[in-house]
Design a protein around this ligand. Structure first.
Ligand SMILES: *Cc1c(COP(=O)(O)O)cnc(C)c1O
Length: 411
């Protein structure tokens, strides 16, 4: 019998690896006088607080340049960015759009919201991103576009997807909501597809509470995105007549000013997340039953919106993911499980059924069983980006917690 509290897991009454009251993890969001000054600058400017203003334009230029795209159009949030990208391409009723099932629901709900049908494809277990072969297999004559997601901040295969889209004459939209400053072969994400959509919602690596942007290098698409988020108006035109039916999805100058300040922090924060992620990889890689995402030299910058790893229950005494998460949290490690495949969401099934005025799609979604997505829902652990903003040495606590649990449960 174990009596020593040192040897007992925190969840069984032992002392935790990390006492988070004494040694809390970094707070998020990060801000100081720089953001305060930015907000006051807009407030006191005496000019229009909404777009199109100097802050918004300066941010669009800086953010598109950072990602090697020619144009950026800001908008209200990442969901609006995806909707605007789809609208700019003229995608709507009767069209199908291929999306991964392992992503935030907005990737697919944006497709539904413009009247098109999301078609789910499986992801690659080594990267968690859309599997190019699975995406190709999902193409039908109705397919209009593919939306790979740079999930967790890791670029999807940006060799395969542009090539596939070109070969099959499909549009390519990158969902880069989690991948600010990420790059593939040294070139920014969001610049490989026809369009790239980003979010600046509060949890994202670059945030203004809410916000979004669409990047593109095609002037016609940049104008069409602008129209989509400016209530159908034509850009650079004095007349206020409407081109298309649209919605107001503009960003305010306050958000743009905050984003410009936050962008100055981004290089250092990205470097720190990378250093912590590398430290975690080294340490977790030594623990039995832990599986890390594959290394790929083509990923020249991973934004690490999340640090993800998988566990093999057989190396952890057959314990469930929920049990492991509870034990990790008890040791002072903030963590969570990841996505449940979107097609399993009953609300989503009903919404898809309503779109088609038939229950067929709902039944089809309910019957879907993409094995990798299903597997990831049971064995994948997420650490939030803010945890990675601590000193890389502090990753030792996370690895030690996992090692302790593994050792206690495997014996
Ligand atoms: C956050 C997110 C979105 C939606 O962005 P919002 O700004 O919250 O609307 C879309 N796709 C992915 C992958 C996301 O993580």
């Amino acid at each position: 019998m174990i009596t020593d509290t040192q040897a007992r897991l925190a969840i069984d009454g032992g002392a935790p690896v990390r006492d988070v009251n004494e040694r809390p993890w970094p707070r998020w969001p990060v801000f100081d006088e720089m953001e305060e000054q930015a907000l006051l600058r807009v407030l006191r400017s005496g000019v229009w607080w909404s777009a199109p203003g100097g802050e918004g334009k300066a941010f669009e230029e800086a953010f598109s340049r950072l990602h090697d795209a020619r144009y950026g159009v800001t908008c209200a949030n990442g969901t609006a960015a995806l909707q605007a990208a789809l609208r700019a391409l003229g995608i709507g009723r009767g069209d199908e759009v291929i999306v991964p099932a392992y992503t935030f629901v907005a990737t697919a709900s944006a497709v539904l919201s413009v009247g098109a049908l999301p078609v789910f494809a499986d992801v690659d277990p080594d990267t968690l991103t859309l599997d190019p072969a699975a995406a190709e297999a999902a193409i039908t004559p109705a397919t209009a576009a593919i939306i790979p997601v740079h999930v967790a901040g890791r670029p999807a295969d940006l060799d395969a997807f542009p090539a596939l889209a070109a070969r099959r004459k499909l549009a390519l939209i990158e969902d880069a909501a989690q991948a600010h400053a990420a790059s593939w072969r040294g070139k920014g994400v969001g610049s490989y597809g026809d369009l790239g959509a980003f979010s600046f919602q509060a949890s994202k690596n670059l945030n203004s509470g809410e916000g979004g942007i669409v990047l593109t290098s095609r002037p016609d698409l940049a104008d069409a995105v602008w129209t989509a988020v400016n209530i159908g108006r034509r850009r650079e035109s004095a007349d206020t007549g409407r081109e298309v039916f649209g919605s107001n999805q503009r960003m305010t100058e306050f958000q743009a000013a905050i984003l410009r300040a936050q962008m100055r922090r981004l290089p250092e924060q990205t470097a720190r997340r990378t250093a912590s992620a590398n430290a975690l990889r080294r340490r977790l890689g030594q623990i039995g039953g832990i599986c890390l995402p594959a290394d790929d030299p083509r990923v020249t910058c991973n934004a690490y919106h999340l640090f993800t790893f998988r566990y093999d229950p057989s190396a952890f005494g057959g314990r469930t993911l929920d049990a492991l998460l509870a034990a990790m949290r008890a040791e002072g490690v903030p963590c969570s499980s990841g996505y449940i495949p979107i097609y399993r969401d009953a609300l989503f099934q009903r919404q898809a059924a309503a779109l088609r005025d038939t229950r067929d799609e709902a039944r089809r979604y309910a019957a879907l069983d993409l094995p990798v997505c299903e597997q990831l829902a049971t064995d994948t652990i997420w650490l939030q980006q803010s945890v990675l903003l601590s000193e890389p040495e502090e990753m030792q606590d996370i690895a030690e917690a996992v090692a302790r649990i593994q050792s206690a449960w495997s014996s």
